[in-house]
Design a protein around this ligand. Structure first.
Ligand SMILES: Cc1cc2nc3c(=O)[nH]c(=O)nc-3n(C[C@H](O)[C@H](O)[C@H](O)COP(=O)(O)OP(=O)(O)OC[C@H]3O[C@@H](n4cnc5c(N)ncnc54)[C@H](O)[C@@H]3O)c2cc1C
Length: 403
């Protein structure tokens, strides 16, 4: 399978499917592809950084919810939570379970001011139609249920009663990777620097090491760097690296049964072990692409802490003990995943652009992309609406619950 290329003196390899990016999404695809013993293809995952120092999957807040406004997002995440509950068995290798994924399910709590009330109600209707266990709480009921909240300016709250919470995202990524390798996926530590397009197909992938990988299909699962991969095939992909900071803080007071709280300002917080974490998606004028991957402490001082302290009085006295920054693979077109083949280069498959909800959707996206690659169609959840065509056609699917 590995041959010397006499022309350049470089190694040429061939894999039926090449996945670019071995984060949670790429590794989930590799897991699902290699899971079926009747499929005899060879899969390579090309990952330039096996330590995942900048990968979103290693820097995520790793939470999962049903409260979306797009039915397909609800269904992707619902499959995700079912998978997480069974991950212990599904991702065991020779009887050895993966590292504990630490799934907790206290729900999400979205708060709406007068300005956001109508959208919250609309979203609630959609969620109920899709079978989500969600309840609306008026301020009095909210206060009775969560007495640590200050209900000032809150008109309505939406609480997820089931199927929402958080888990260890990096552990999920590593568990997918470990299981995929045990099933035969080959991880190449290398960087993709070029794609060869011949007769409207990707014929080969060029690597920084100088080797070439010939292939039948390529999956672009390069996260916030996926636009650079698409550009290698002459394709413009509307996905940018948008920095998101997460602050870890200590609070002396106990807060009972705290769900993942999304304030009216967009600031969010949840428990994390004996601490809490929190953050915010900064306003558009403070959110250019490709900011350095450094924590912006002013964001805590100016945006996150004032909002959280006003909402949860106990957060008035907290101490930040740690912080990190990661990139959303932000789809500037409509903040939804872009999944499936390119309309013109049909053996180039996308799995990117999840805009802050990719790790919870990685189990379902991996399954769907594997179905597409092995059978040419989706056999469980139809992800056609999330295909690239909608971008070419200028038909966004607006997700109104992007955190
Ligand atoms: C602060 C923060 C909070 C988040 N919170 C949540 C949350 O609560 N819930 C949720 O569901 N999602 C959340 N997300 C989003 C989620 O983490 C991402 O959607 C998800 O991890 C994306 O996974 P991925 O595998 O596509 O990308 P990544 O994990 O970034 O993996 C892509 C990989 O591609 C590799 N790569 C890139 N270019 C090349 C190349 N040329 N050659 C070889 N390899 C390459 C990279 O090294 C990287 O390892 C959050 C993200 C951040 C940053």
């Amino acid at each position: 399978m590995v041959a010397a290329n006499p022309g350049r003196g470089q190694v040429t390899q061939r894999y039926d499917i090449v996945i670019i990016g071995g984060g949670a999404v790429g590794s989930s695809i590799a897991y699902w592809l290699t899971r079926d013993p009747s499929w005899a293809g060879r899969v390579a995952v090309i990952e330039r950084d096996p330590a995942y120092t900048r990968a979103s999957s290693a820097l995520s807040a790793s939470s999962i919810r049903q409260q979306f406004s797009t039915p397909l997002n609800i269904h992707l995440s619902r499959f995700g939570i079912g998978f997480l509950r069974q991950a212990h068995e599904l991702l065991s290798v020779e009887g050895e379970p993966p590292v504990e994924l630490g799934l907790r399910e206290p729900g999400y709590l979205f708060l709406a001011s007068q300005a956001g009330e109508a959208v919250l109600r609309d979203n609630h209707d959609i969620q109920r139609r899709e079978g989500c266990a969600v309840e609306l709480l008026e301020p009095d009921a909210l206060e009775a249920r969560f007495p640590w909240i200050d209900t000032m300016n809150v008109r309505l709250a939406s609480h997820g009663i089931a199927n929402e919470g958080w888990f260890d995202g990096p552990a999920l990524m590593q568990a997918f990777r470990r299981k995929a390798r045990s099933q035969g996926a080959v991880y190449l530590h290398d960087e993709v620097i070029g794609l060869s397009v011949e007769h409207g197909q990707i014929a080969a992938v060029q690597l920084a090491s100088g080797s070439t990988v010939q292939t039948g299909a390529v999956v672009n699962a390069a996260g916030c760097w996926s636009a650079a991969i698409a550009a290698m095939a002459g394709i413009r992909l509307p996905v940018e690296a948008r920095r998101r900071c997460v602050f870890v803080f200590d609070c002396r007071e106990r807060i009972e049964r705290m769900p993942l709280l999304i304030d009216t300002t967009g600031a969010w917080s949840r428990p994390e072990g004996r601490f809490f974490i929190g953050g915010i998606s900064p306003p558009e004028d403070r959110d250019p692409p490709d900011l350095p991957l450094e924590v912006n402490h002013a964001e805590w001082e100016e945006l996150v802490w004032p909002a959280l302290a006003a909402r949860v009085p106990a957060f008035g006295a907290v101490k930040v003990v740690n912080a990190w920054a990661g990139y959303y693979e932000y789809n500037t077109f409509d903040q939804n995943g872009i999944v499936g083949p390119h309309p013109e280069i049909a053996n180039l498959i996308f799995a990117t652009g999840f805009s802050g909800h990719g790790i919870q959707q990685s189990p379902a996206v991996g399954r769907a992309v594997a179905e597409w690659l092995t059978g040419g169609r989706y056999s469980t959840l139809d992800l056609t609406p999330f295909g690239f065509e909608r971008i070419a056609a200028g038909r966004p699917i607006i997700e109104r619950n992007v955190v």
